[in-house]
Design a protein around this ligand. Structure first.
Ligand code: BMA
Length: 325
């Protein structure tokens, strides 16, 4: 088993704590980003980071004190201590119809070829998938929305597959969506999307109500490693957990394995108590292809940003030996 990608020797990393046998373990420093890191923030969570220069950069979901959902850029030397811009990203757009920013949340960031693409849940007569690109995390150029409303959890693949760009998404509704499957769509140019294929449906237990892709899929010799969130409806509301699947490298709508148990669920206080209790929501993962070390960024209780770790070879083994399709 090998990760196909770049080495990342400066990945933020903590070894599995003694006595822990879980396939994924949390950072001792959680939450790494507190809700009040910048003056305007009510909460900072569900955010996306990538290696950038000699450190890291990212796009952060900041809900402000007016409770508007905004996207802010940020930088870090070590992936743990972040400087987040105090002002939201002002997207550059020459079309006011698209550029009229209503709200934005749950960003993902994906490097493809020469630039970084941002996808997010964008308010355009309801939630849909907004897109932009940046070279420097200073200027962001807004593109066409990928899909019609209503859609959420738009996640790009980091390279073309059989000559086409590919994006996972989760068609939804205007509200808190009590259903949801993952689909994949392809595009020749990142503007026009089609040839939609069904990837995965909810699957009982922690993922009984709906599912949505999380970080950018990670290419391995065993298939695309897709980390995703799954939702259970309890008598007290939704519970968001994390699982993982392996998708076919050339036809990523073909699911080869997916975890029957979750790999992370809300258990720590900062995941169970906050603006929305009982939520772990992953939006990014850093991977060191050389060692297979993986650092996943996730939101805790819609309030703070957290970090968890895994080793890709162990995770792939876990998915295969705990799979239920
Ligand atoms: C989803 C999204 C996420 C959020 C989750 C739990 O619908 O809004 O941003 O983390 O609900 O509230």
């Amino acid at each position: 088993m090998r990760v196909i990608g770049e080495p990342l020797p400066n990945i933020p990393w903590e070894e599995r704590p003694a006595g822990c046998s879980d396939v994924m373990w949390r950072s001792e420093r959680n939450p790494i980003i507190p809700r009040d890191l910048i003056p305007c923030s009510n909460s900072i969570f569900n955010s996306a980071v990538v290696p950038f220069g000699d450190g890291f950069a990212g796009v952060f979901r900041v809900d402000d004190k007016a409770r508007s959902m905004r996207l802010h850029a940020g930088r870090s030397k070590d992936g743990v201590n972040w400087e987040i811009e105090h002002e939201p990203i002002q997207f550059i757009s020459d079309d006011p119809e698209i550029g009229n920013f209503v709200y934005g949340y749950d960003p993902r960031v994906c490097k493809i070829e020469d630039r970084y693409y941002v996808t997010w849940c964008n308010g355009y007569h309801g939630p849909t998938i907004g897109m932009a690109y940046t070279y420097d995390f200073k200027e962001f150029y807004q593109m066409e929305n990928a899909f019609l409303p209503y859609n959420r959890n738009g996640v790009l693949f980091p390279r073309k597959i059989r000559g086409k760009y590919m994006m996972l998404s989760r068609p939804s509704d205007t509200g808190h969506t009590p259903f949801g499957d993952i689909f994949v769509s392809e595009s020749p140019d990142l503007v026009y999307w089609g040839r939609h294929r069904h990837v995965m449906r909810p699957n009982g237990g922690w993922q009984a109500t709906k599912i949505g892709a999380g970080p950018i899929p990670i290419e391995t010799t065993e298939g695309w490693l897709m980390i995703y969130h799954g939702v259970l409806t309890s008598c007290n509301g939704f519970v968001y957990s994390v699982g993982a699947a392996l998708l076919d490298l050339d036809e990523p709508w073909k699911v080869m394995y997916r975890t029957e148990p979750y790999i992370l669920s809300p258990q720590k206080l900062y995941e169970c108590v906050g603006d929305v209790p009982n939520v772990v929501f992953p939006c990014a993962a850093l991977v060191d292809a050389e060692t297979g070390r993986l650092a996943m960024y996730y939101g805790g209780a819609d309030t703070v940003t957290c970090l968890a770790f895994a080793k890709v070879d162990e995770l792939v083994d876990f998915i295969k030996s705990n799979s239920k399709l």
